[in-house]
Ligand binder design. Structure first.
Ligand code: NAP
Length: 244
């Protein structure tokens, strides 16, 4: 059991922003669990980072599978007895580009919400008892500026025309969930915040983002490492507050 350094878990960490979040947390000295729904991919990614001397271990976790979540929480309890940082990073986009807002299928809405919202709630519920054992628990929900209702309703906003509704609304709901949970946790040692990583070059946008993936991980890492006087229920990117 690791009692000296902080323990973090990052979901959806086999590639993209999640993988770099694991790397940067580990480089900051945090013992970091690299969680992936595919065990082999998680182990391969963790071995790579371990080979560089970083304190990383793999764990299997599919955020849409209740049994997988329960097993992961049990495993973390057995291995570490607590959790200090949970980064809810796993996310998907399945909207069909080119379709009208009203034409996206209900299947697309349901599967998006299953991962981007219910997955986060379910993982958080499972790990909350372990986070309460931390002297300063942190939850970072990886949302998107595309979840901003205010910007989507503003014709002068750069995202005004970017209507992929199932994804966008799932992130709006994730932001709303963050505020609801922060209320419950307001007098506890746990802080929960939601972030926009930036428009980042990953598989999610076929590499068309603006930021390099390492830079896309920086907001998650910064919010995972906030001090005890840091924010609760904030929505930020790179230290800037975003409109809900
Ligand atoms: P990505 O490269 O597509 O990676 C997504 C990760 O999520 C992969 O590791 C994937 O695992 C994992 N994942 C998907 N479904 C999962 C499930 N059911 N259980 C566990 N893991 C699952 O995407 P990314 O760009 O790094 O995105 C990371 C987060 O940032 C997402 O929440 C996304 O919405 C958010 N975000 C990204 C951008 C951007 O510009 N890229 C902008 C705003 C917000 P597999 O390898 O097994 O598929």
């Amino acid at each position: 059991m690791n009692t000296t350094s902080k323990i973090a878990l990052v979901t959806g960490a086999t590639r993209g922003i999640g993988l770099h979040t694991v790397r940067q947390l580990a480089e900051a000295g945090v013992h970091t669990l690299l969680a992936g729904r595919n065990r082999a991919k998680a182990v391969e990614a963790a071995l790579q980072l371990q080979g560089e001397g970083l304190p990383v271990e793999a764990i299997e976790l599919d955020v849409t599978d209740a049994a997988s979540i329960a097993a992961a929480a049990q495993e973390v309890e057995k291995r570490h007895g607590r959790l200090d940082i949970l980064v809810n990073n796993a996310g998907i986009v399945v909207d069909e580009f080119g379709k009208k807002v009203s034409e996206q299928t209900l299947d697309a809405w349901r599967s998006t919400f299953e991962t981007n919202l219910f997955g986060v709630i379910s993982v958080t519920q499972a790990f909350l008892p372990l986070l309460h054992r931390s002297p300063s628990g942190r939850i970072v929900n990886v949302s998107s500026v595309l979840g901003s209702i205010a910007l989507h309703n503003d014709p002068t906003s750069p995202i005004y025309d970017f209507k992929i509704p199932a994804y966008n609304v799932s992130k709006t709901a994730l932001n709303a969930w963050t505020i609801q949970l922060a209320y419950e946790l307001r007098d506890s040692a746990i802080k929960v915040n939601t972030i926009h990583p930036g428009y980042v070059k990953t598989d999610m946008n076929a590499g068309e983002g603006e930021l390099e993936v390492a830079d896309g991980a920086r907001t998650s890492v910064a919010m995972a490492l906030i001090a005890d006087d840091g924010p609760n229920a904030s929505f930020t990117h790179a230290g800037q507050v975003l409109p809900w």
